[in-house]
Write a protein that binds this ligand. Structure first.
Ligand code: PMP
Length: 427
């Protein structure tokens, strides 16, 4: 039983002592005190199905026993910086993680977050190419430090600070984009940006395979091969941001970029990598990685023993529990059931995504695709009251984001869709 402060007391302390920039979901924010696999429990012991935990880093399930054991055992033995000495945890995890990547993506550098990983990737690309220009996609989210905030392309996540050398390409968004699902047509804009916005040479192109914060937008088929081809011709490196779409989430593949059949020069990752432990990584080729030897470069806690022990346990759990296969089977089933809601409710404009990274976009007018913002908030609140937690995203805040821990079951999927169905009916 929980005998700590109530939700209201915590909220009052937050208001007094924490940055006013911190926000919460729900009109009455939830006080979560326990987690077990795909479930969260509030202060009264009420259980919620967590269909958004995947985004908050959990891929194996909350408090997975194998991951906890790895963390506790390593913590009891040693926790330290990675700068000064050898330790097996970082080496073992690096070996296991690089074995999951294709081509010559064989060396990596650990960070503490997705932002740090992308900052490093952008810097490596600039060092390697000697160019400054970066191309990223409109609607992208890549982080909130100086460089990554520049690459991020939604004004609601950007402060008015200098954005140096970033060009934002037309988003290959099959639902809202002008060229529908024709990826190659959108990629022409990357070529145009190179020709009309730069010297003809660029440092890098960075993109997610499925935009998460942007509202589960899966890039139109054929986009990445065409965009990568333009970038390579301009001497640039292709960076895949796998912070959300990596670690088996798409079900069909281990990495999101694989769904488009490309091999990037640099892959960045975070979130799911440590099942809730702060950890990120930048994987690249040995040749590109050489650039960091031009100076001394370190990250005090990037890849520390406790976090990398957790990372290794996560990879083992994904394999042992066949979580990629589960993401595929349960995700396909869930998507089919969600798609049926589109036939039933005019307000459901689009159902999309892959594996256990799914989106449902609400619109008040299907022709005009007018974002149904209020309805989205209302349904989310209703579903919470019914015991189901989902996320929201998209530039207009009108897309449900469904990214549960990968241990999600068909029964969970049914419960989620039934709760959404009921809440939509009551709109
Ligand atoms: N890239 C993507 C695709 C993300 O979704 C996020 C976080 N939402 C980041 C980078 C930044 O990660 P972090 O919050 O760990 O810095």
């Amino acid at each position: 039983p929980y005998d700590g402060p109530s939700a209201d007391e915590i909220l009052a302390k937050r208001k007094q002592y924490l940055s006013p920039s911190m926000f919460c979901f729900y009109q009455k924010p939830l006080n979560v005190v326990d987690g077990k696999m795909q479930y969260l429990f509030d202060e009264n012991g009420r259980r919620y199905l967590d269909a958004f935990g995947g985004i908050a880093t959990v891929c194996c399930g909350h408090c997975h026993p194998d991951v906890i054991d790895a963390i506790v055992n390593q913590t009891k033995r040693l926790q330290h910086s990675t700068i000064l000495y050898l330790n097996r945890a970082i080496a073992d995890f690096a070996e296991a993680l690089t074995s999951k990547l294709p081509g010559n993506l064989k060396v990596l550098f650990f960070t503490n977050s997705g932002t740090e990983a992308n900052e490093l990737a952008l810097m490596i690309a600039r060092l390697y190419t000697g160019c400054h220009d970066i191309i990223s996609l409109r609607n992208a989210y890549h982080g909130n430090a100086a460089g990554t905030m520049g690459a991020t392309a939604q004004c609601n996540w950007k402060f008015n600070v200098v954005q140096s050398g970033v060009h934002h390409a037309l988003n290959p968004d099959p639902y809202r984009g002008v060229f529908g699902s024709d990826g190659e047509k959108y990629a022409r804009d990357v070529q145009d940006l190179i020709e009309f916005g730069t010297s003809g040479n660029v440092a890098a192109f960075i993109s997610e395979a499925i935009q998460g914060v942007g509202g589960i937008v899966e890039l139109a088929p054929g986009y990445l091969p065409a965009a990568y081809s333009s970038i390579k011709k301009a001497g640039g490196l292709c960076i895949a941001d796998e912070v959300q779409s990596g670690f088996a989430r798409t079900g069909s593949h281990f990495w999101g970029f694989e769904t488009q059949g490309v091999v990037p020069d640099i892959v960045t990752m975070a979130k799911g990598i440590g099942n809730g432990i702060p950890l990120g990584a930048v994987v690249t080729t040995p040749e590109i990685a050489e650039v960091l030897t031009r100076r001394s470069y370190f990250n005090t806690f990037g890849g520390n023993p406790v976090c990398t022990a957790a990372g290794l346990a996560v990879l083992n759990v994904i394999e042992k529990e066949k979580l990629q296969e589960n993401a595929f089977i349960v995700g396909s089933y869930l998507k089919e059931r969600l798609a049926a809601l589109k036939d039933k409710y005019e307000v459901v404009g689009d159902v999309r995504g892959r594996g256990l990274m799914l989106g449902v976009e609400l619109v008040t007018d299907r022709q005009l695709k007018t974002p149904a913002k209020t309805e989205t908030l209302h349904v989310m609140d209703q579903m919470k009251d019914l015991g189901v937690l989902i996320g929201k995203g998209g530039y207009y805040g009108n897309v449900f984001r469904i990214t549960p821990p990968l241990c999600f079951t068909k029964e969970d999927a049914d419960f989620l869709v039934d709760a959404m169905d009921y809440s939509l009916a009551k709109l």
